[in-house]
Design a binder for this molecule. Structure first.
Ligand SMILES: C[S@@+](CC[C@H](N)C(=O)[O-])C[C@H]1O[C@@H](n2cnc3c(N)ncnc32)[C@H](O)[C@@H]1O
Ligand code: SF4
Length: 377
């Protein structure tokens, strides 16, 4: 559990050397931008004046591709954070990386970075080509071996359910990952988002989404394979060896406060008894200008109603195996219908143990439907 003073910090680095056809994150083609590093640091100072003293438990560089940054850039941001707030003794400092940027990673050791998340997606060359990635299977392997050697905690991202992927290819990806035993694995089912290159191809009919039954089988296979290998399936898409859950993601899923700096970053802050949602200016140029003019990158700050807070707590909390505290959900104004709870428990979709309500493995497979049921009734 965490205290009111605990804080997570998310830093969004929006640049990528090229844009993947499936990606709908806030990303732009480019590499490094000195002015953006400065703006992120100044935005952090703005946040400090708003939220006051806190204890930072995690710093997460996400993207985009923050592994395009140099160690000096990371140092500037981390030093600004540690000059503004105290940090917890085991503060997680994590960064998302593309396998191609390995040349600068050894230098990252000097920054205090202690968690490294590598976007492998698949080790299969055909799959990597289909996904529009600029690395191959050999680079994925060599960069994974390298980061396992450098960092105390390594996570990899895999995507399953892409066109052309077979059960054998998926098995091979999981077995290859097991050769290295990363501390943490995120496995995402490919989603084809409107507005992306894949979304447009789907509309034109030149791309087909994977059959939903096959995708569900793939998911079951991933869960069985990784749990058998000793990973804790602690969130719908995430698996960890003991003590290697993502602190940053856990902060978001459990309703802890987090700062969001960098273009398009989201934040959640509790202040004077109210909880706020924030969104930073989306485009890098606009963000830099806004920080320069106002000292903040935020363009939208809104107070969450109690109903919104309760819904969000349920929505996020049922993703994780720890589930939610019913008492906290009700304190936020949420209401659980006993008949619906009974029906879902009898169907083995949820478990209730004392104050804890959680989704079972089967329940997490159809989580959207369960949440809809719990929130409507
Ligand atoms: C925002 S990316 C950042 C990491 C890094 N830029 C990379 O791509 O390797 C985080 C992860 O989200 C996942 N992801 C992004 N778009 C996705 C999509 N449409 N479907 C499934 N997974 C996706 C990928 O596994 C990716 O590694
Ligand atoms: S998936 Fe990663 S590398 Fe590809 S565009 Fe999105 S953030 Fe950039």
């Amino acid at each position: 559990m965490y205290s009111d003073k605990d804080l997570a910090i998310y830093v969004h680095w929006p640049y990528c050397s090229r844009i993947c056809p499936y990606c709908d994150f806030n990303v732009y083609k480019g590499r490094r931008n000195e002015s953006l590093v400065k703006a992120v640091c100044d935005d952090l100072s703005g946040w400090r004046s708003w939220i006051g003293p806190r204890q930072v438990r995690s710093i997460h560089f996400g993207g985009g591709t923050p592994s395009l940054l140099y160690a000096d850039d990371l140092n500037r941001v981390i030093n600004r954070i540690t000059s503004l707030w105290s940090t917890a003794s085991k503060c997680e400092i994590a960064l998302e990386a593309n396998p191609n940027d390995a040349d600068r990673w050894r230098a990252y050791q000097s920054t205090g970075l202690n968690r490294f998340s590598l976007g492998i997606q698949t080790f299969n060359n055909e799959g990597l080509k289909f996904l529009g990635r600029d690395h191959d299977g050999k680079t994925a392997r060599s960069s994974l071996a390298m980061v396992m050697d450098i960092f105390p905690s390594v996570s990899i991202d895999l995507i399953f359910g892409w066109c052309g992927q077979t059960a054998d290819i998926l098995r091979n990806d999981l077995c290859t990952a097991m050769e290295y035993l990363p501390h943490h694995i995120s496995t995402y089912q490919l989603t084809i988002e409107p507005g992306t290159a894949f979304g447009r191809a789907l509309e034109r009919g030149s791309l087909h989404a994977l059959d939903p039954d096959m995708s569900a089988d793939f998911y079951d296979h991933v869960v069985a394979h990784l749990t058998h290998a000793g990973y804790d399936h602690y969130e719908v898409s995430n698996f960890a060896r003991p003590d290697h859950k993502s602190r940053h993601n856990m902060a978001c899923w459990t309703g802890m406060d987090y700062v969001g700096v960098g273009p398009g970053a989201h934040g959640r802050i509790t202040r004077d008894g109210h909880r706020y949602t924030t969104v930073a200016e989306l485009r890098p140029g606009g963000y830099i200008t806004r920080v320069g003019q106002t000292g903040f990158g935020i363009y939208e700050k809104r107070r969450l109603s109690r109903t919104e807070q309760a819904s969000e707590y349920l929505l996020m909390g049922l993703r994780i195996s720890d589930g939610i505290s019913v008492e906290r959900f009700e304190r936020l104004g949420g209401h659980l219908n006993p008949d619906i709870l009974k029906e879902l428990a009898e169907g083995n979709f949820i478990e209730i143990s004392g104050d804890k309500l959680s989704a079972t493995t089967g329940g997490r497979r159809v989580l959207d439907k369960i949440i809809e049921k719990l929130l409507i009734d």
